[in-house]
Design a protein around this ligand. Structure first.
Ligand code: ZN
Length: 517
């Protein structure tokens, strides 16, 4: 037997727990792609068993005894004598493992069970309520969920707002105090831009994208773009699912999905690019650290930055389509053969306030997020009763987007998130957009030929750049540390606002008003 160090023993244990989680992830992927529709109930039990096993092993005394040689298990402080000789990566591994461990330990298992049961129940009730446009049906479940999430925040502990405890699960270190002014600035600028775009005489041809496009050819094109991005099909695959997603069982097995509609060209195209961005992150994590925090993504916000960087900064850019549009025209000569590239470019960048978040454009998308952030903050902090959610929702829709849903199905019931208790999740979507613009601006500085390469279909320099700057570090840095390290400045909405102002200013020939990010 070889001599194992205490750190090796901890790593081996974490890895074996990860095997259980990844087995559950394979079952979840299968559930969303190929599972027969009649096996839902038993699959839920199989998943619950694996997840409970993984959770129990993680909060076990064994993990505490493996951490104890390195840190104070009550406070998480590293023991200086025992850790001074460790490198920065190993110290991060210990800090982050303790973070996960202490968070999991704070939740009593009876509470975790109660929450899981309610999540599974509430999701089913939500699906029916959305289908039948019946908020009253979902109301009791949602009220119980809010009570449970407040209790969760109490167990976890927080300063200032219980919302901070929930937010911390998705975007560690992020707080209401940080988000409020950030979103305020962003909202002012986005609404200003939106008003100008509405008044512009330039408007895209809406029907370009809703012609009939063969679905097999759409998938072929999606695959082509993924290959150019450097997504490795030897270590991944593309399948169909109702809602596109990315899942990873290991950096050597990272799977993306898309959906494809004959009369909606952007849907398949941009979900392939979006999920491809997530997929590159997962494929770019260091295999050597698999199973430990050093082999994991930092946060949902940073993850989303990787998808948005490719989807918006690259996939909706002129440079990208300079190379790819002729290829798309070759695939669809009848539909696009006589459409000028400028018209196509305008059409894929169409700004159009709509009711549904997942169909929103690059600009109005963030207004959907702000509305949700403000509403869920009011609910969790107790200023807004759950029964008053539909009215609050509709009022903000009118205020921010100028449109009001005629049904709750297209309003407050549209997202699945609250039904599984994901309060504090939505802000990470907008944080992803802000991080993405910051990363892209830095990549342009670091790689002077970046856009010239993109016009030739060579996307690999950007892939190598994100691999090097973001992916390979796992969770060695916090998101605040990473953004500072890569861009030299802390999180700011300015690059995102500048990117949108420049792009839409040109596209919609907007009056050259100064923006004030
Ligand atoms: Zn995403």
């Amino acid at each position: 037997m070889t001599d194992q160090t205490p750190l090796d023993r901890l790593t081996a244990k974490l890895r074996s727990i990860h095997h259980l989680r990844d087995a559950a992830a394979v079952l979840s992927w299968d559930q969303e792609t190929y599972m027969p529709s009649g096996s839902g109930a038993i699959r839920a039990e199989q998943l619950a068993t694996l997840q409970t096993l993984a959770h129990d092993q993680f909060v076990s005394p064994e993990v505490e005894s493996l951490l104890a040689p390195f840190l104070n298990c009550a406070t998480g402080d590293l023991l200086p004598e025992q850790t001074a000789s460790l490198d920065a990566a190993s110290q991060s591994l210990l800090r982050e493992t303790w973070r996960d461990y202490s968070r999991a330990k704070k939740l009593p298992s009876a509470f975790v069970n109660e929450l899981e049961r309610e999540c599974s129940l509430a999701q089913q009730v939500w699906a029916t309520a959305r289908k039948t446009n019946d908020f009253q049906l979902f109301l009791p479940n949602l009220e119980r969920m809010v009570v449970l999430k407040r209790r969760e925040a109490d167990y976890l502990g927080y300063t200032d707002s219980p919302y901070n405890a929930l937010l911390d699960a998705y975007e560690p270190g992020s707080t209401v105090t940080q988000l409020r002014p950030l979103f305020q600035t962003l909202r002012t600028e986005l609404v200003r831009l939106l008003d100008l775009i509405r008044e512009s005489p330039v408007q895209p041809q809406a029907n370009l994208m809703t012609q009939c496009f063969d679905t097999a050819k759409q998938l072929e094109f999606g695959r082509l773009v993924l290959k150019h991005m450097g997504y490795d099909f030897q270590r991944g695959r593309l399948d169909l699912s109702a809602h596109p997603f990315t899942t990873s069982f290991h950096p050597t097995d990272v799977r993306v999905t898309t959906r494809v509609f004959e009369r909606d060209l952007p849907s398949c195209l941009f979900s392939c690019i979006h999920e491809g961005g997530h997929g590159l992150y997962e494929q770019g994590l260091p295999s050597a650290h698999y199973g430990t925090p050093l082999g994991e993504a930092i946060s949902l916000g940073i993850h989303e930055s990787q998808s948005r960087l490719w989807e918006n900064s690259v996939g909706r850019s002129r440079a990208f389509w300079q190379y790819f549009y002729p290829k798309l025209q070759d695939l669809f000569p009848d539909q696009l053969g006589s459409v000028q590239d400028a018209d196509f470019y305008l059409a894929i960048n169409r700004v159009n306030p709509s009711l549904i978040r997942v169909e929103a454009d690059e600009l109005t998308y963030n207004l959907h997020i702000m509305l949700r952030f403000e509403i869920e903050l009011d609910v969790i902090e107790g200023r807004l009763a759950v029964e008053d959610l539909p009215d609050a929702w509709n009022a903000k829709m009118k205020d921010y987007l100028g449109i009001v849903p005629t049904s709750d199905a297209e309003g407050v019931l549209q997202d699945v998130h609250w039904s599984f208790g994901a309060f504090g999740y939505f802000p990470t979507y907008t944080l992803g957009n802000l991080y993405a613009a910051m990363f892209y601006r830095q990549a342009r500085t670091d790689l002077p030929d970046l856009e010239k390469n993109i016009t030739k279909g060579n996307l690999l320099p950007l892939k190598d750049w994100v691999n090097d700057r973001v992916h390979r570090w796992g969770r060695q840095y916090t998101s605040a540390e990473l953004i500072q390290r890569v861009t030299g400045i802390p999180l700011t909405p300015a690059p995102f606002i500048e990117q949108l102002t420049e792009k839409f200013g040109n596209l919609y020939q907007l009056p050259a008003t100064a923006s004030h990010p």
